[in-house]
Design a protein around this ligand. Structure first.
Ligand code: CA2
Length: 145
């Protein structure tokens, strides 16, 4: 089983600023957590991050050609604005779980809008970086079984 974990803008800054909202773990720590977990459960995982909307669209399209089975995505601020990312996810027809480190539903009103939610089979919010592990487990145990 092959999974893609995709992170959008500023998530490479994890642990550097705003630890009260996003926690103290760094992006590298997140990658290690995901890689260790996937090694344990025998899943082939690739993690990508970009600050650019078009790159994220390219990575989603590439997942189709690479025959990826599932996508975990935290599109960062593009969650709330990007029809291009929604369209790419719709086009590839790969099961998607949406993750947000913070509790977006308890923050500003604009963060409560998510285009990606229209295609995601599950949305995990406010669980910190453990949300990525929950998302992977959901894909592996519930969606792709
Ligand atoms: O809660 C999440 O995971 C978000 O997707 C994170 C995005 C934000 O725009 C979404 O509304 C919710 C932003 C990530 C910013 O990450 C930073 C981390 C540390 C320091 C600065 C930014």
């Amino acid at each position: 089983m092959r999974l893609l974990v995709l992170n959008g803008p500023n998530l490479n800054m994890l642990g550097i600023r705003e630890p009260d909202i996003y926690g103290a773990d760094t992006y590298e720590g997140l990658l290690n957590l995901i890689k260790d977990h996937c090694a344990e459960i025998g899943v082939d995982v690739e993690c990508k991050q970009s600050n650019h909307e078009g790159d994220l669209v390219d990575y989603i399209q590439q997942a189709y050609f690479d025959k990826v089975d599932g996508i975990v995505i935290n599109p960062g601020a593009y969650t709330h604005t990007s029809i291009a990312i929604l369209d790419a996810l719709k086009a590839v027809k790969i099961p998607v779980v949406e993750v947000h480190i913070s509790h977006v539903d308890e923050r500003e009103e604009f963060r409560q809008v998510s285009y990606v939610s229209l295609v995601a089979c599950k949305k995990i919010i406010g669980r910190g970086i453990n949300g990525y592990i929950d998302a992977i487990d959901h894909l592996v145990n519930c969606v792709l079984k």
